[in-house]
Each structure stands twice: as structure tokens, then as C-alpha cells.
Design a protein around this ligand. Structure first.
Ligand SMILES: [Zn+2]
Ligand SMILES: [Zn+2]
Length: 177
């Protein structure tokens, strides 16, 4: 068999994508798969587009968390002062700790929720329990799901996942131009 791109050369293998026979010069090892150079180019374009899309999504999430966190932080100080006026120095620190915890819960839920939701969706689409097929079962499921996801998201966030997610997405957002 001859190389698809060089009629005069013998093929040394086949492209894993399009199946064309190609010579050693035309085949490239891409992540363990041999691809011909036109498929390799397409794969690179796909990867670049995917990278750009992920970067844009990351940017949106970073903007959302900034949009929610900054007013919370700004609001926390007067809140702590207001509590202090009623409860003295202990009230001040109590208010401050409460405000910080509240902000962290918002923060953790945002990072955790986006992580837990796709996992839950996947789990549900694979389950075939009969109860989910009845309308009442779906309503119960909806409520249970909302609470479970919220609890899962907060736990995930509190256990440190939120910080990891934030740093991960910030890195992707920074890479996006
Ligand atoms: Zn060739
Ligand atoms: Zn190919």
C-alpha cells in the first residue's frame, strides 16, 4: 500500500482517525494514537477550541464569584460593627466570624455545586428505579436532589474542594485571552 499523501512512498501504517494509509513522515504519534497530518491538524484545532471554550467558562465563573464575594465582604464589615454596637467586643468578633462563615458558604456552594451537579446528573441518568418514573416520585426526587446537592456542594466546598476549584478555574481564566 502507498502513502495517501506521497504516491511514490510505501505506507508504514494507517491513520487511527480516517484510516488512510500513510508513510512514516506523514504519521504522527498523538497521545498514543497514530494520526495522519491532516487529522493531526484537526485534532489540534479541536483541542485549541476546547481550551478556549473552557477558558471562557472559567472566566465567567471567576467573574460570578467576584460579583458575589465582593459585596459580601464589603457588607460584612458594617454588619460586624452593627452587631458590635449591640454586643460589645464579643459581638463584634462573633459577627465577623459569622459573616466570614456566611461568605465562605456562598463561595463553597458555588464551587461545589458546579462540581457535584454533573456527577449527580450522570448518576441519575444511569439509574432506572421505577419510583423516578411516577410524577410523585419525580417531585420527591426533585426536592431530595436539591437538598442533597446543596449539602454535597457545601461539604465538598468545606472539605477544601472549593479552594482547589477556584484556583483551577482561575488558572484557566488567566490562560484565556
Ligand atoms: Zn507520506
Ligand atoms: Zn487521518
Amino acid at each position: 500500500m502507498k502513502c495517501f499523501y506521497h504516491m511514490e512512498r510505501d505506507a508504514s501504517g494507517m491513520c487511527a482517525q480516517c484510516g488512510k494509509a500513510a508513510c512514516g513522515e506523514c504519521l504522527e504519534d498523538v497521545g498514543g494514537a497514530l494520526l495522519c497530518h491532516s487529522c493531526e491538524k484537526l485534532a489540534q484545532q479541536d483541542a485549541a477550541a476546547e481550551h478556549e471554550m473552557r477558558g471562557k467558562k472559567a472566566k465567567k465563573r471567576i467573574q460570578l464569584i467576584n460579583f458575589l464575594t465582593i459585596p459580601c465582604v464589603i457588607g460584612a464589615v458594617p454588619l460586624a460593627i452593627a452587631v458590635a454596637a449591640k454586643g460589645g467586643i464579643i459581638g463584634f468578633f462573633g459577627g465577623l466570624v459569622g459573616a466570614v462563615l456566611g461568605i465562605y458558604c456562598v463561595w463553597a456552594t458555588i464551587w461545589g455545586l458546579f462540581h457535584v451537579l454533573p456527577w449527580l446528573k450522570h448518576k441519575l441518568s444511569n439509574s432506572s428505579f421505577f419510583i423516578f418514573l411516577t410524577p410523585a416520585g419525580r417531585v420527591i426526587l426533585l426536592f431530595a436532589t436539591c437538598y442533597l446537592v446543596l449539602i454535597g456542594a457545601i461539604l465538598y466546598g468545606v472539605l477544601g474542594g472549593a479552594l482547589h476549584q477556584y484556583l483551577h478555574y482561575r488558572q484557566m481564566a488567566m490562560n484565556a485571552t
